[in-house]
Ligand binder design. Structure first.
Ligand SMILES: NC(=O)c1ccc[n+]([C@@H]2O[C@H](COP(=O)([O-])OP(=O)(O)OC[C@H]3O[C@@H](n4cnc5c(N)ncnc54)[C@H](OP(=O)(O)O)[C@@H]3O)[C@@H](O)[C@H]2O)c1
Length: 209
């Protein structure tokens, strides 16, 4: 699969490396394709990776990851070229003042991004600290990879990309469920850093057999 990755922070780096290790072709979208830090990221992904400007990274891509500062996410997606109809995996969180969502009741960042771009947005990879992606098994229980979206094919593709790197991919329903998944991310941050459980934690879905 060819995957465009917009954003070169810890989320973009971690998921790009994980997917590249599984044989996917990664095209990194960045404001600074020529920077040394980007060359290092490309190198870390291996031979199937390259870097280009944000609006070019999704040409011919099967899916695009958007992993940028939440405050700028709608604007960045809007200025990222034509994303209409693309599978856009939205890992972003609306972290506002006092660690509360900056979105209003009845909206989510994911839906704002979908409205701004016309992309087939899937909310995913937003409820866990990226340090856990290399170790998603917690004593036999896989960390949940909560996924929601309105397009069945886009959601299925994203759940596959989550499962293959070790998540227990959980279908949470339509994109409006992002209104619930985004606050969960803020709860993860609270549990990790305010309540001092540390970042080696994840949400899991317990099922009785
Ligand atoms: N940190 C985590 O463990 C974690 C986990 C789950 C979800 N998230 C969410 O995922 C998103 C990405 O988080 P992150 O920690 O990987 O990275 P980040 O520090 O939020 O930034 C990601 C990248 O966005 C790019 N960018 C594009 N336009 C920008 C602008 N105007 N200002 C600043 N950066 C801009 C930058 O890449 P270039 O300079 O290369 O363009 C930057 O490296 C956030 O919304 C976060 O809430 C984070």
């Amino acid at each position: 699969m060819k995957i465009g990755v917009i954003g070169t922070g810890i989320v973009g780096q971690t998921l790009a490396k994980a997917w590249a290790a599984n044989g996917h072709e990664i095209v990194i979208g960045t404001r600074e394709p020529g920077a040394d830090r980007i060359s290092e990221m490309v190198k870390a992904c291996g031979t199937s990776a390259s870097a280009t400007l944000v609006d070019r990274c999704h040409a011919g891509a099967d899916a695009v990851l958007l992993a940028v500062p939440g405050r700028n996410a709608v604007e960045i997606a809007s200025n990222a070229g034509d994303l209409s109809g693309k599978v856009l995996m939205d890992a972003n969180n609306p972290i506002g003042d006092d660690m509360m969502p900056f979105t209003e009741a009845g909206e989510s960042l994911a839906e704002l991004i979908a409205n701004a771009t016309g992309a087939r947005v899937v909310k995913a990879f937003n409820t866990i600290g990226m340090g856990n992606v290399a170790k998603l098994d917690f004593d036999g229980q896989k960390a949940a990879g909560f996924v929601c979206g309105d397009d069945a094919d886009a959601k299925s593709l994203t759940m596959g990309l989550a499962s293959e790197i070790g998540f227990d991919a959980v279908d949470c329903g339509p994109l409006s469920a992002a209104r619930l998944l985004e606050p969960m991310a803020l709860m993860w941050i609270r549990l990790a850093y305010v309540e001092k459980n540390g970042p080696d934690i994840a949400f899991g879905l317990l099922r009785r057999s």
